[in-house]
Design a protein around this ligand. Structure first.
Ligand code: ZN
Length: 206
């Protein structure tokens, strides 16, 4: 049973989330931009650097933060990093899978300033050991941890179904209903839309 603090309200976003998808796996590129300072944060760097660099134009890229390091999420990373010079952060459990040396390691609950907003990193392992989700105002970038209709795939050598369910239950489903969820692939959803289905997912995964 999940209990949610009904008093928690989601703050309307002070930042803009630009997103588009690339490649045959429909990988989402997410760029968070502060409208006042034009500072930006990029989440993952899938497939092709050109469209990512184009969308970053006119912004000051502060960080590239990795939700995890599967090949389809890092294809453009080296080029984007080389051309922008922005530091790349990843959870320690995945740093060896990066195609370059990480500039820093992201820790659970670590915060990053973007203009007046504050982004919080949350370690949400299960799809892979160093999986991260990122929270700012009413926006959750969920990587391959939470999708519309269920958790990310854990049928892989380093995956763990119990772990991903625990991550979703303890870190994501404690968030308010209105929280918008932006997954690594496909369409966005909300916490309120997905939370009622947790038990179905657990029964299906057993
Ligand atoms: Zn993926």
């Amino acid at each position: 049973m999940i209990t949610v603090d009904e008093g928690v309200e989601v703050m309307a976003s002070r930042v803009q989330l630009k997103h588009f998808s690339v490649g045959s796996w429909d990988n989402n590129v997410y760029i968070l931009v502060d409208p006042e300072t034009k500072e930006s944060i990029l989440f993952d760097a899938p497939v092709d650097a050109e469209p990512i660099l184009r969308e970053l134009e006119g912004t000051k890229l502060k960080y590239i933060l990795m939700t995890h390091c599967d090949r389809d999420h890092v294809g453009a990373l080296k080029e984007v990093h080389d051309r922008t010079g922005a530091p790349v952060g990843v959870h320690a459990a995945e740093s060896e899978r990066l195609p370059l040396d990480a500039d820093f390691q992201i820790e659970d609950q670590q915060t990053f300033a973007l203009g007046n907003a504050e982004l919080k990193a949350m370690h949400t392992p299960g799809h892979s050991p160093g999986g991260m989700s990122f929270l700012v105002d009413d926006i959750l970038v969920s990587g391959d941890t939470l999708f519309p209709g269920g958790p990310g795939n854990t049928q892989r050598p380093d995956g763990s179904f119990d772990e991903i369910i625990n991550s979703i239950k303890t870190k994501l489903f404690v968030l308010p209903d209105e929280m918008k969820v932006y997954p690594g692939h496909g369409k966005p959803t909300t916490i309120g839309q997905e939370r009622p289905h947790l038990q179905e997912w657990i029964d299906r995964g057993k």
